[in-house]
Design a binder for this molecule. Structure first.
Ligand code: NAD
Length: 328
């Protein structure tokens, strides 16, 4: 097996050319924490053969070991190497995914997790120093938008290299509902949930299209129907958590997609949580994603009421962020 240093070097040379590699890039990836989401992310990455190495780290060492043992039974499908690691390993990683932290209990909002998960994030980022200057930090733990901003401030990395999974999952949920109504493939629909990955999110209906045709022309939804779809999308996680206690498969698939876009420098436009100059906070709007992380925000032509919803989502996030000003 090649040394980890060699894997990292090869990956850096891939990055310099900005051209898609002919073989899967030798990316060394850390998946921080081996809980429900962390292990499902590892499983998705493993099946999609996105990376050569996956290292799982969790303060619960026994759980982490068991997850690695279980996951290693699936590596015959892809030859991806998976092992349990330490925070020193994370200092060498190309992509560090943070899924550590408390999860919502039934009835909790994501914002209710902020205090506990800020402490977890802060201690992880302190232990990660010195972090590789070209590493990508992908935040998945909730509240994802607030933790992404905190990670930008605490990691010392350029803002574009620190992003959150944001509303990509919500947008996929929305697309699924719309695609089933129209009886077309999900990939034919371009529709974004924007703002917070949480209660203040909204749907950018005016920009939604089906292969270039405005969605509302081919699917003339009433305002009440639009509200119902937006609410079902927003509440989907809550409905799952109420029964099984957590969600993992959707977020895992979404995380694998994000890693793929980074590693292969796809330049895909995805609704991800990233820094917004206008509000000095992170929330989801479409962004171009590539090997350097967020390459640019992609302009979205919102109507007046959508812009107002977005602005109020930003304000609600900023209110929470302000409470942590002294700790950042
Ligand atoms: N962004 C999204 O779309 C999305 C979707 C689902 C879940 N999540 C979030 O992902 C996070 C993880 O969810 P999960 O279901 O895997 O939870 P989990 O409890 O199964 O796993 C969390 C892991 O974090 C570790 N951990 C908990 N507290 C810690 C601490 N103080 N220090 C270090 N490690 C700690 C635990 O050992 C555990 O293994 C939650 O915040 C959840 O809300 C995000």
């Amino acid at each position: 097996m090649p040394s980890l240093a060699l894997l990292v070097d090869l990956f850096i040379s891939t990055r310099a050319t900005h051209s898609p590699p002919s073989t899967p890039p030798y990316c060394y990836l850390e998946n921080l924490r081996a809980g429900s989401v962390g292990s499902a992310v590892a499983y998705s990455l493993l099946l999609r053969q996105v990376v050569a190495d996956i290292v799982l780290i969790d303060i619960n060492h026994d759980l982490c070991r068991a997850q690695v043992q279980d996951l290693s039974d699936a590596t015959f499908l892809s030859n991806v190497r998976i092992r349990q690691g330490t925070l020193e390993d994370a200092q060498k990683a190309d992509i560090i995914i943070i899924t550590a932290g408390a999860k919502q209990k039934p009835g909790d909002t994501r914002l209710a997790l902020v205090d506990r998960n800020f402490k977890v994030l802060k201690s992880i980022l302190q232990s990660l120093q010195p972090i590789r200057s070209d590493a990508i930090l992908l935040i998945v733990a909730n509240p994802v938008d607030i933790l992404t901003l905190f990670a930008q401030r605490l990691s010392g990395l350029p803002k574009g290299q620190v992003l959150g999974s944001g509303t990509l999952l919500d947008s996929i949920r929305l697309t699924r509902i719309l695609a089933s109504k129209l009886k077309v493939a999900d990939t034919s629909i371009h529709a974004f949930v924007i703002g917070e990955h949480g209660d203040s999110q909204s749907v950018a209906w005016s920009t939604a299209t089906v292969h270039g045709t405005p969605l509302l022309k081919v699917l003339p939804l009433t305002e009440a129907e639009r509200d119902e779809i937006a609410t079902t999308t927003k509440k989907k996680a809550e409905a799952i958590i109420k029964v099984k206690g957590f969600t993992s498969y959707g977020v895992a698939a979404v995380t694998a997609r994000i890693c793929e876009a980074i590693i292969f420098d796809h330049r895909q436009v995805l609704p991800l949580s990233h820094w917004q100059k206008e509000w000095d906070c992170c929330l989801s709007l479409p962004a171009v994603l590539g090997r350097d992380g967020i390459i640019s925000s992609f302009p979205l032509s919102l109507n007046e009421s959508e812009q107002a919803f977005l602005s109020s989502s930003a304000q609600s996030l900023k209110k929470v962020i302000a409470e942590y000003a002294e700790e950042l």
